[in-house]
Design a protein around this ligand. Structure first.
Ligand code: SAM
Length: 160
């Protein structure tokens, strides 16, 4: 967690000891961005290819994902502070509550993006539309809920 000084009007909270939710990182995300100033605030469909590199244990869990044109990626914004109740995203003193923002600064820094699935190559899932720093831990992958997926209609009787 970073300890950058809060901006004007930002309110911090003394964090209680964490409870262990037993999250497991399932891999790591490789993107072109190692510096926050270069990283997009939200991913774009015409963004660069990024790679979700799964730990070998989880490769069998990718079976069937190739049928989807879009997927949701959940990741852990590991370089965020976690103790702000209000934030001044534009540094102009105007504040808004953390839960009214998609800022990476939040009590549990989970990022989510709906991305285009480009290809799956073994343990690597290549996507477009991400907005995280290189080396961001990967939490989960889910098929998208939108009307355009899966590419092939779901088989009758198979739960999504
Ligand atoms: N799309 C996700 C969401 O809406 O939940 C994340 C949006 S958040 C505004 C994206 C920003 O988080 C990036 O522009 C970058 O400044 C920051 N960020 C990206 N990766 C991060 C990481 N691993 N740790 C901390 N901050 C990160």
């Amino acid at each position: 967690m970073t300890t950058d000084a809060p901006r004007r009007n930002e309110i911090t909270v003394e964090l209680p000891a964490p409870e262990d939710a037993q999250l497991r990182f399932i891999g790591v995300i490789h993107t072109p961005w190692s510096d926050r100033k270069d990283c997009p605030r939200q991913g774009r469909a015409d963004g660069p290819e990024c790679r979700l590199v799964l730990d070998p244990t989880w490769v069998p869990a990718l079976a069937g994902l190739e049928d989807y044109a879009q997927i949701e990626v959940l990741y852990w914004l590991d370089r965020s502070r976690r103790d702000l109740l209000t934030q001044s995203p534009r540094s102009d003193g105007a504040t808004v509550g953390t839960f009214a923002l998609r800022s990476p600064v939040r009590p549990n820094p989970i990022g989510t993006s709906r991305v285009d699935l480009v290809r799956i190559d073994g343990a690597e899932v290549v996507v477009r539309g991400l907005d995280c720093l290189d080396g961001t831990p990967l939490l989960d992958i889910k098929p998208d809920r939108c009307a355009f997926s899966p590419k092939a209609p779901a088989k009758p009787g198979v739960a999504s």
